[in-house]
Write a protein that binds this ligand. Structure first.
Ligand code: AMP
Ligand code: TRP
Length: 342
């Protein structure tokens, strides 16, 4: 019997997400973000962006930024974002992100930007020195990153939820003000590993800006460094291996072990019942080292191969740019701009 319609002809949904070029991803970035992105490769059209224009909203050194972009790209690929199955692009190489941000910015209530948690945190930090308008505008540029590709789904960590809400608001507002143009994207927040905490201050998230660097495990840390950091993780004075609000350190280690091995926290609690904290930490260290080994091996192959990395960006931006132009010209028409004659 001939099928009524062929499912394989149905266009795949678009997934898009981006991250700043930190050049040094940590376990939180991997378990909370990058690893989950790989799960979309099979059945979605995937755009993964490195947002260097976002990176200049706080003080930075240009030569270091360039270096960080290459390292971040090589890390993405090493983490499983295979360039033959997704579009890896660099924000500044695509015409359209800042252009669309301007138009969305004209629709965005100033108060909503001033209320953004990340803006409040970053602008009040003592080391920031000067607060540029770019920092306030950051979420509008982020909305443009997403809407420019008409993304269906945007996987991000919990901390980006508020920015995604603004993006959805702006899409709805543009559609209502002009006419239906943007898909209102869904946000996808991973359950497991959504928040990996600092090994030294388990009340805070693991972050590269943690003043105590031994609280943060980087994907490229050598095995002995990983072991040292995990063995010195802050725990509590009891000796029970159980996840609970009163035991943030052990809970964090259980979450990390769960993310590294794919086993549930409950199963791990049962399996390690009665172990001393030191012994348990050694188990966690072994699991993290094993989980990161293939990533480190792949990075050793491609991390310094600039021509390969440039080529990945070239191929990714060709596809991204085509799609971005299509949407931007539609938006420009609706906004009342006169088409360029070229
Ligand atoms: P950032 O390092 O803050 O630029 O974040 C890059 C991505 O990693 C975002 O999707 C974050 O939500 C996610 N992320 C950052 N830190 C953590 C963490 N400690 N636990 C889980 N996800 C995180
Ligand atoms: N603000 C995000 C972060 O710090 C990075 C980002 C910029 C982003 N543009 C995006 C994430 C578009 C998802 C989609 O993690």
């Amino acid at each position: 019997m001939t099928p009524f319609f062929n499912m394989s002809d149905s266009p795949r949904k678009t997934v898009l997400t981006c991250a700043q070029p930190t050049g040094n991803l940590h376990l939180g970035n991997y378990f909370g973000a990058v690893r989950n992105w790989t799960s979309y490769l099979d059945d979605h059209e995937c755009f993964f962006g490195i947002v260097d224009q976002h990176a200049i909203t706080t003080p930075y050194v240009p030569a270091e930024l360039r270096q960080s972009v290459y390292r971040t790209l090589a890390l993405y690929i090493s983490c499983g974002l295979d360039p033959s199955r997704c579009h890896l692009f660099l924000q500044s190489q695509i015409t359209g992100h800042t252009e669309l941000a301007w138009i969305l910015g004209c629709l965005c209530p100033l108060g909503q930007l001033e209320r953004m948690t990340q803006f409040k945190e970053k602008s009040q930090r003592e080391d920031v020195g000067f607060v540029g308008a770019g920092l306030l505008f950051y979420p509008v540029l982020m909305a443009a990153d997403i809407l420019l590709y008409n993304a269906d789904v945007v996987p991000v960590g919990e901390d980006q939820k508020q920015h995604l809400e603004l993006c959805r608001d702006l899409a709805i507002k543009f559609n209502a003000t002009y006419s239906n143009t943007f898909r209102v994207p869904d946000v996808a927040i991973p359950k497991a590993g959504a928040r990996i905490r600092s090994l030294q201050s388990p009340d805070k998230k693991m972050s590269k800006s943690d003043p105590n660097q031994s609280g943060c495990v980087y994907l490229l840390d050598p095995p002995e460094v990983i072991r040292k950091k995990i063995m010195s993780a802050v725990t509590d004075s009891s000796r029970e291996i159980r996840a609970s609000a009163e035991k943030p350190g052990i809970t964090n280690l259980l979450n990390i072990l769960s993310a590294s091995t794919g086993q549930t926290v409950e199963a791990l609690e049962a399996a390690h019942d009665g172990l001393a904290y030191g012994e348990f930490k050694a188990v966690v260290a072994d699991a993290v080292i094993a989980c990161l080994a293939p990533i480190q091996a792949r990075f050793a192959e491609i991390g310094e191969d600039r021509s390969y990395l440039d080529n990945v960006l070239k191929e990714g931006s060709e596809v991204a740019q085509k799609r971005a132009y299509r949407l931007l010209s539609k938006v420009y028409r609706k906004a009342g701009f006169i088409e360029r004659s070229r």
